[in-house]
Design a protein around this ligand. Structure first.
Ligand SMILES: [Mg+2]
Length: 411
């Protein structure tokens, strides 16, 4: 196995302490990120997106109305598709965005994501993760950037290759420009550049740019900041519609990797041609990507569940390093003729049973009519049909060539 940088970042800090003054009465008792958006708080949608890219721990940086955030956490956590931890860090005084991070400094990981709690940028986050994994050691942070045809409402950045060299005032009306998308990946070294009361945008980022310590990745896609009433109004219908995504279910052995039989470790995992490109293509197109895999090797005593989970995590991380993501995965360790007693049973999750697919449909609130399953066995097709999902039998060859027309034909 070759040594490679790890793309996945498991911690995300979220700025939720803003005053929300432009929304008037709406935010008198409710922090902006908790305003309802369809059937859940805006923050619930935001965190769900980060879960798709491997975040398992959220640190909510609170200030104004911290108690309301604390009261909402359990419901938000219960509504998320994965098992995540959500904790709060409350600023002791109005500290600004940089100060909020400063006061949480003892709880930050070596690398962490940071985002605004009142805006959503539907861009492929794996592009940011992949770029950051290859950053030189002296880089402190990387920002997900947006290119606008008219950037006159915002300050803009100067980008040289992928280095952010300066922040500038708003350009004149009609001038195109590159702006901060409000999503960051930082190294813990950021803390050395913070003070108890400071603004990330006005103080810290410009200083980092002057010191050549800041880089950017250009993203694209839907962006909405719910800070003003008209935009919040639009977000309430746009976001639930947008984030009920189409879904690509992938079998593992024989689709993502050459089926060498009971592959239980990365050193025996050989990618199918075009597999990483196929994952990236689906991610870029705004689809969920899931793995559903029978792993009777566990029931046969060839490897254990930790090995299966470890290999799935490695697959997801390798996908992110290649600019795509695996949103989630299900595996079935059972087999009716297994040699390990605990796993010797028929199980509804074992394909051709549809159990794994149905569980993902439930967890991610999917519409089966907007999902497809790619497998290399008839049992995959049976599982798909019984879950109400269109099945496509992969005959081998290049996976991107096979998947691209399927993904692209869905409007
Ligand atoms: Mg297979």
């Amino acid at each position: 196995m070759t040594c490679q940088p790890t793309a996945t970042v498991s911690q995300c800090a979220v700025l939720v302490g803003g005053l929300g003054t432009r929304l008037g009465a709406l935010t008198a008792a409710t922090p902006k990120p908790l305003l309802p958006c369809g059937d859940r708080p805006f923050l619930g949608w935001l965190l769900r997106e980060f879960v798709r890219y491997g975040v398992t721990e959220f640190l909510l940086l609170t200030g104004h109305l911290s108690g309301a955030v604390e009261n909402a956490v359990a419901a938000i956590q219960a509504g998320l598709p994965g098992d995540v931890r959500i904790t709060l860090s409350q600023e002791p005084v109005r500290a600004g965005t940089g100060g909020a991070v400063f006061h949480a400094r003892h709880r930050l990981h070596d690398r962490f994501l940071l985002c605004n709690g009142d805006s959503l940028f539907d861009s492929n986050l794996a592009a940011l993760l992949a770029d950051a994994a290859r950053d030189p050691a002296d880089t402190v942070g990387r920002i997900l950037l947006r290119r606008l045809d008219d950037a006159s409402r915002y300050g803009v950045v100067t980008l040289e290759q992928d280095r952010i060299s300066a922040f500038q005032e708003r350009p004149p009306a009609g001038t195109p420009g590159i702006i901060n998308g409000g999503v960051y990946l930082f190294r813990r070294a950021l803390v050395d550049h913070l003070s108890p009361q400071c603004s990330l945008e006005a103080d810290v980022l410009p200083a980092l740019a002057r010191g050549n310590r800041l880089r950017g990745t250009l993203g694209s896609g839907y962006f909405r900041d719910i800070g003003i009433p008209e935009d919040y109004q639009r977000a309430q219908t746009e976001i639930p519609t947008l984030l009920h995504r189409r879904a690509l279910f992938l079998d593992r052995d024989g689709v993502l990797n050459i089926d060498h039989g009971y592959v239980g470790s990365a050193d025996r995992f050989e990618w199918v041609d075009g597999a990483l490109d196929a994952i990236r293509h689906a991610t870029e197109a705004g689809w969920h990507v899931f793995i559903v895999t029978n792993q009777s090797g566990v029931a046969r005593g060839l490897y254990d569940e930790d090995a299966v989970r470890g290999l799935l995590a490695w697959i997801a991380d390798t996908a992110r390093l290649a600019g795509g993501t695996i949103d989630d995965a299900r595996y079935c360790p059972f087999h009716p003729e297994g040699s390990v007693t605990a796993y010797r049973q028929a199980h509804p999750w074992r394909k051709p049973g549809p159990g794994m697919l149905l569980d993902l449909i439930r967890a991610w609130e999917l519409n089966p009519a907007r999902a497809v399953m790619i497998g290399d066995q008839e049992s995959d097709m049976r599982a798909a049909a019984d879950a109400g999902i269109a099945g496509y039998l992969f005959p081998g060859g290049n996976l991107l060539s096979f998947i691209q027309p399927i993904v692209d034909k869905y409007p």
